[in-house]
Ligand binder design. Structure first.
Ligand code: ZN
Length: 428
């Protein structure tokens, strides 16, 4: 009886419990696979035993405050195809893992839902260990789904996302219809996009109708070659990010200018009622980085106040801000005609703005205007693209401290793709 309780508790389906003991703050469940013939961990084939390794332990879900381990001395098998390997055991995902499936499932689920420190403290594992667990869980979920995340794609976005503080890039493919990440790979460039097309295969690639991207030439080439039916458009999110970059550049310039300028003199005495003290432009600009770039709906009260102060100065920076918001508004157009008209109006304003950053931007936007209008006509919503990009950013921030890029991408997939880890014993 107590053995079957231990078997359930440690998630040992397909195994036999031989004994249980307590060692310090740990429960040690000694077990073995139910099937006597050892199997290759790669292909699952029954193989001849090669030798036997000393007993080792796999961490299982805790029993209350006690840590629980499964203990077993695995056999090494000689697979005709894969050589000498430690046998597959039913409670763990791979020979490389020191954890049971149930333990890994719970860690992966928590990594998608909690802070780094909460996961580490609750599960009593190092954060970088969580990275390896995420990679195994994501690979397992994907194998079980049989690559179905790439089925039925119609409208996709191809994006380069930076990580490691902007020093490295990864390529991410987003399904605009579901708002999910469906593919990602280390690096960016033609080779990555070719690899995606290879995995997609000709049949599924032929069904893709819309591809949005940042307008790079090589993307257009690969799409034309490999996704023949797809129309290429400029991702609204990218276009808006050109605009926020121009605005940020303008802000930095305003900050440099203001620092060089003399400070405004305060009048003697306290300012009268309803009369604000003269704003110090340098101090004002310094606090504006986030308020300027954020969407107005997401501003805190303090940030909104800082923008209000900028408005009263009526400087080029304020006009730049208005230009950025007007540009975002273009993407809310209801129809292609509205979008065309909105963009034309924005272009004429921007090129006459006498703000060098925006005059230059207006040239780029004019060159890419067709692609921008097309994305609006094709109904790719900027809000949705922004939402999934923010989700990716949050996942990258969460993965901070993982030593391996593959693990970082696994966490991005677990958090943003249709592969969602489930808690042990609760699979639907
Ligand atoms: Zn094998």
């Amino acid at each position: 009886m107590y053995k079957s309780i231990a078997k359930k508790g440690a998630g040992l389906d397909g195994a036999v419990v031989e004994s249980i003991r307590i060692e310090g703050d740990s429960i040690i469940v000694s077990a073995r696979p139910r099937k006597r013939a050892p199997r290759c961990p790669v292909c699952g084939r029954r193989c001849d035993a090669y030798d036997r390794l000393p007993a080792r332990r796999w961490r299982a879900l805790d029993d209350g405050a006690l840590k629980r381990y499964v203990e077993y001395a695995p056999t090494r098998v000689r697979c005709p195809e894969h050589g000498v390997r430690s046998e597959a055991v039913p409670w763990a995902r791979s020979a490389a893992s020191r954890f049971t499936r149930g333990f890994e499932d719970q860690v992966a689920w928590l990594a998608c839902a909690c802070s780094r420190s909460a996961v580490s403290e609750l599960m009593r594992v190092d954060w970088h260990t969580v990275g390896g667990i995420c990679a195994r869980v994501a690979a397992d979920l994907d194998a079980r789904a049989g690559g179905s995340r790439l089925d039925g794609l119609r409208r996709i976005g191809i994006d380069e996302t930076s990580y490691k503080k902007g020093r490295r890039y990864m390529t991410v493919v987003v399904d605009h219809d579901s708002g999910c990440v469906v593919w990602c790979a280390k690096g960016h460039g033609r080779a990555q996009l070719e690899a995606f097309a290879d995995e997609l295969g000709d049949e599924r690639a032929a069904a893709v109708e819309v591809v949005t991207a940042d307008g790079a030439r090589w993307i257009a080439d690969v799409v034309a070659e490999r996704m023949p039916a797809a129309e290429l458009a400029i991702d609204p999110f990218h276009a808006v990010s050109w605009c926020t970059n121009a605005l940020d550049d303008l802000r930095r310039q305003a900050w440099r200018d203001a620092r060089g300028a003399p400070r405004p003199k305060r009048r003697r005495g306290r300012p009268g009622k309803g009369e604000a003290a003269p704003a110090d432009p340098a101090r004002l600009v310094k606090g504006l980085r986030y308020p300027l770039l954020k969407n107005p709906g997401d501003l805190t009260e303090r940030q909104a106040d800082a923008l209000g102060a900028l408005k009263s100065l009526g400087t080029a920076l304020w006009r730049g801000y208005l230009l950025k918001e007007a540009f975002r508004a273009v993407f809310r157009a209801g129809s292609e005609a509205d979008a065309r008209e909105g963009l034309a109006r924005w272009l004429s304003w921007a090129c006459r703005s006498r703000i060098p950053q925006f005059v230059e931007l207006s040239r780029k936007v004019r060159r890419k205007a067709e692609g921008i209008v097309r994305s609006i006509a094709l109904g790719v919503s900027n809000a949705r693209v922004e939402a999934v990009n923010n989700k990716i950013k949050v996942a990258i921030r969460q993965a901070y401290g993982f030593r391996n890029t593959g693990n970082l991408m696994a966490l991005v997939m677990l958090r943003c793709s249709p592969l969602r880890p489930s808690l042990p014993g609760r699979e639907a």
